[in-house]
Design a binder for this molecule. Structure first.
Ligand code: G6P
Length: 490
């Protein structure tokens, strides 16, 4: 964290993302502040606290616009302001076309390849272009120098790097793509593939979570644009400019020791009495947005199969699924929600009896403290994404387990699986394997749990979110220095 502050000394930092780090809403008791469920926000917020600057985001969650109009430039976090949240207010038409339409019905399924067909409408694309322009204008308006460091986040803003580059040629633009990048063949179905690639290549540095996604991107550019690519150096030359393409696996801020935090034994006891189960009842936990990429259906099938194969677990094990509602006005999300609920009902009818509930679906937003309590109270955490850039829930579970116990079951299709080798790694499409891993986790001897957990904790603690940001900023500093030298030679 200290290094980050040193790296940035004197530079203005501007972050652009769609999702805002804080949601302000009017309640009877005054203005309530909430943190949204977003891996991106979790990571970038920690970085912004350390380096101040301005974070430009869509005021989406801040529903009561009348009240929040005065929240255009808000000092945040509320308890200890260290940077500015600058909101861009979108019209309903813009939000519909750019966010729901192109970003979440087009790019999201396109990049995740989770067997949901991407939808591309010209009207959505028009809004996407327009909103990228609006955010680029906000960046330009906020820039106090001609060479700020601009951190562009995610698939909502593929065109913005180019737009900012045209107005601020000396800016250092670091774009991070938080979701997977598919193979070139799959990406090629996007009707505006050239525009998207051209926009992204306005970046000085373009980051992905894994080497695999980075290579997919290089191949996609090679296939659809006239560029010169140096694969060894991972540099793309295009229109007289260079973009460095790198992999920077994202992470979390390692929690500081907090004496106010209830210990594992207290969490275990509290959660079990809240759920009305015996103190030795076994618990599994899943925490996701209610999204079809997260493998929630496959996870429940694995739970069902485990109960089928291990009758001794029936009555003694409950899987708690916390599912934050997400993008709920989209058809795909509504039908997924219905499918998940139906499945839970069916499995509970099949294996439940009396007070016993095999799967407890809590489909509402939960605060950070509550999630911590569940992580600490459970024997196993299941992360079964069908495809995921990184998945920070896996890392949050590990960080929460200061007792060095608990088992992580992790999909091989997450970026996290490249780092967390001591998890029980599964193919979420293989239900038998999922069931097996779940059972193995529930009966794993404490010595083995500790060995696995200890080594994962050491890795996440070391490769924390400050290292993620620090590596990008160090690379950026190197390129800024190179540019300075080049200018002098010129
Ligand atoms: C993923 C995306 C983020 C997004 C988050 C939550 O993690 O990479 O950009 O913020 O999902 O989705 P939402 O649409 O609610 O912001």
């Amino acid at each position: 964290r200290g290094l980050l502050e040193a790296d940035l000394a004197g530079d203005q930092v501007l972050v652009v993302s769609n999702r805002e780090p804080y949601i302000h809403t009017k309640t009877d008791a005054g203005i309530a502040v909430q943190r949204p469920a977003s891996g991106l926000v979790t990571a970038v917020e920690a970085v912004m606290r350390a380096c101040s600057g301005t974070w430009i985001a869509h005021g989406a969650g801040s529903a009561d616009r009348e009240t929040v109009d005065k929240f255009d430039h808000v000092p945040v976090p509320p308890d200890n302001p260290s940077y500015t949240l600058r909101r861009v207010w979108l019209t309903e038409e813009e939000e519909q076309g750019y966010y729901y339409g192109f970003a979440n019905e087009g790019m999201w399924p396109l990049c995740h390849i989770a067997h949901v067909r991407p939808v591309f409408r010209s009207s959505d694309w028009d809004q996407y272009v327009k909103v990228n322009r609006r955010f680029a204008d906000a960046v330009i308006a906020e820039a106090k120098t001609d060479n700020p460091v601009v951190l562009v986040q995610d698939y909502h803003f593929a065109l913005l790097p180019r737009m900012v580059r045209e107005a601020l040629p000396k800016a250092t633009i670091i774009t991070f793509w938080h979701i997977p990048w598919p193979n070139s063949e799959s990406f090629g179905i996007c009707p505006w593939r050239e525009e998207i690639l051209d926009g992204l290549l306005g970046s000085t540095i373009l980051g992905f979570h894994t080497p695999f996604h980075r290579k997919n991107f290089l191949e996609t550019v090679d296939r659809y644009l006239e560029t010169r690519i140096e694969p060894e150096a991972s540099v793309i030359s295009y229109g007289g400019e260079m973009t460095q393409v790198e992999d920077y696996p994202i992470s979390i801020a390692w929690p500081e020791d907090d004496p106010a935090q209830p210990d594992v034994a207290t969490c275990r006891a509290q959660i079990r009495s809240e759920l009305g189960v015996a103190q030795d009842h076994l618990l599994g936990i899943g925490v996701d947005r209610l999204d079809y990429t997260k493998g929630i259906v496959e996870r429940f099938q694995a739970v069902e199969r485990m109960l089928e194969l291990q009758p001794g677990m029936v009555g003694n094990f409950t899987f708690v699924q916390i599912a934050a509602p997400s993008r709920a006005s989209l058809d795909e999300y509504q039908s997924f929600d219905a499918r998940v609920r139906k499945m839970v009902e069916r499995i509970n009818r099949r294996f439940g009896s009396g007070d016993y509930v095999p799967i407890l679906l809590k489909a509402e937003h939960h605060g950070q403290d509550d999630l911590q309590r569940y992580f600490r109270a459970s024997e196993v955490c299941m992360v079964t994404s069908l495809h995921d850039g990184m998945n920070l829930v896996a890392k949050e579970f590990i960080a929460a387990r200061d007792d060095e116990m608990g088992v992580l079951v992790l999909s091989q299709f997450t970026g996290a699986a490249r780092e967390l080798h001591e998890a029980l790694i599964i193919n979420p499409y293989h239900i038998e394997q999922g069931a097996d891993a779940l059972y193995r986790a529930l009966v794993m001897p404490p010595v083995e749990q500790r060995e696995r957990m200890k080594s994962m904790r050491a890795r996440v603690k070391h490769f924390n979110v400050y290292r993620w940001a620090g590596r990008m900023l160090l690379d950026a500093a190197r390129l800024r220095q190179r540019d300075k030298v080049m200018t002098k030679i010129d």
